[in-house]
Write a protein that binds this ligand. Structure first.
Ligand SMILES: *Cc1c(COP(=O)(O)O)cnc(C)c1O
Length: 400
């Protein structure tokens, strides 16, 4: 009997490649293997034409001009190029007081490049969020008044799914001539994302969060006046308008293009479907179990995301008890005892609640049957673990 694979509910970590995406990319690994930079034969011309087509598809998903798309290896590299590139361009321009304004709930791929600039004399401020993961617009404006070179704020959070209102925050940066970078790795393909309407200058995204392959992403760099100046971080053959050297991975780029095209067509219906499944799962967990707490704002949230704490149940123990469901805990396993992630800590959750947080990420392949089965397994295991727990038992006695 073939072993059944766990139900995959970790779509904020990565998504499977859509079979349509795989079909589109395969010919570019075999017959059409040319280097898009080869100008002297049909192998190169065909590869270049495929990259052009894909660049158009990727740009179209975010309402951009294809010339504004810089292909990178993913959102991590796009974030590094945006942050290091903009800060170093300001340094070269003779700016003596460079200030980066970001937020405590950002992905490490934003926080770490910011941090790395401190030895170069760059100031970094990471703003707080409230208990639901929201950034306060007034606090943001106040911080901007202290002077800033670049703001870097994510669109949707990868752990708690909370969506920042980027369009309303970017007005204040534009008035002050401050560059705005947005890490939109979780939102592109899930929420409506129009780079210009968001009012930002730089926007990162990645194929593997939207049913494309790992290893390809993009930085959108706004064209126009005033120009966005970036110092390239990878030097070589001058690919991608000199902003990112390295032979363009044609098959991955083709795949990214098709993934974006599919997302453009299916995003809206899919978001409605996922939000309904997600809400039904939360309603079931909350009705069948006591002590279920949603982490992060209930409505300002990605359609496919839940982050819940089950009182009295450590997330690591729960995940171990649920081999049939692929989930993620809100902990970083950097030590023997996993510590709650920086995102959960930024919410100011108590230790017990943070240690019991589980992320549930629904996606395109998620079926109602899977949600039904996963829900049953979660309810059963939470009950079983609570029965084994002396603290939960005493809590139960107090309450009854
Ligand atoms: C996944 C993710 C990244 C990293 O993207 P890669 O393409 O894996 O490098 C960055 N930021 C956010 C918000 C993400 O969810």
């Amino acid at each position: 009997m073939a072993e059944e694979r766990p139900i995959y509910l970790d779509h904020q970590a990565t998504t499977p490649c859509d079979p349509r995406v795989v079909d589109a990319m395969l010919p570019y690994l075999t017959g059409e293997f040319g280097n898009a930079a080869s100008r002297t034969h049909a192998y190169g011309w065909n590869a270049a034409a495929a990259v052009d087509r894909a660049r158009g598809q990727v740009a179209a998903l975010i309402g951009a001009d294809p010339r504004e798309i810089v292909f990178t290896s993913g959102a991590t590299e796009a974030n590094n190029l945006a942050i290091l590139g903009a800060a170093r361009a300001a340094l070269r321009g003779g700016d003596r007081d460079i200030h980066l304004l970001t937020c405590r709930t950002e992905h490490r791929a934003v926080l770490d490049p910011c941090e790395s600039l401190k030895p170069e004399g760059v100031r970094v401020t990471a703003l707080d969020v409230d208990a639901l993961g929201r950034l306060d617009a007034a606090a943001f404006e106040k911080a901007l008044n202290g002077g800033a070179t670049l703001v870097s704020l994510m669109h949707a959070n990868n752990e708690i799914g909370v969506v920042h209102d980027i369009a309303s925050l970017s007005g204040a940066t534009r008035e002050r001539g401050v560059l705005f970078h947005c890490d939109a790795a979780q939102s592109v393909g899930k929420l409506p994302v129009d780079a210009r309407a968001l009012g930002v200058d730089l926007l990162s995204f990645t194929a593997h969060k939207l049913y494309g392959p790992k290893g390809i992403g993009a930085l959108w760099v706004r064209r126009g006046d005033p120009p966005v100046r970036l110092v390239p971080q990878i030097l070589g053959g001058g690919h991608e308008r000199g902003l990112r050297s390295g032979t363009v991975p044609v098959a991955l780029v083709v795949a990214f293009g098709v993934a974006c095209e599919i997302a453009a067509v299916e995003r809206e219906d899919e978001a409605t479907r996922l939000a309904a499944l997600r809400d039904a799962l939360l309603a079931r967990l909350s009705s069948e179990l006591d002590g279920v707490h949603l982490n992060g704002h209930a409505e300002l949230r990605l359609p496919g995301n839940l982050n819940v704490s089950f009182e009295g149940v450590e997330s690591e123990a729960l995940l171990m008890a649920l081999p049939g469901v692929a989930l993620s805990s809100g902990s970083a396993c950097t030590s023997a005892r996993p510590e709650p992630s920086h995102v959960l800590r930024a919410l100011g959750l108590g230790a017990a609640r943070a240690h019991s947080a589980v992320r549930i990420g629904l996606g395109r392949t998620t079926t109602p049957g899977e949600i039904e089965r996963a829900g049953s397994q979660i309810v059963a295991e939470v009950r079983r673990l609570r029965e084994l727990s002396p603290t939960w038992e005493s809590r139960g006695r107090v309450r009854t």
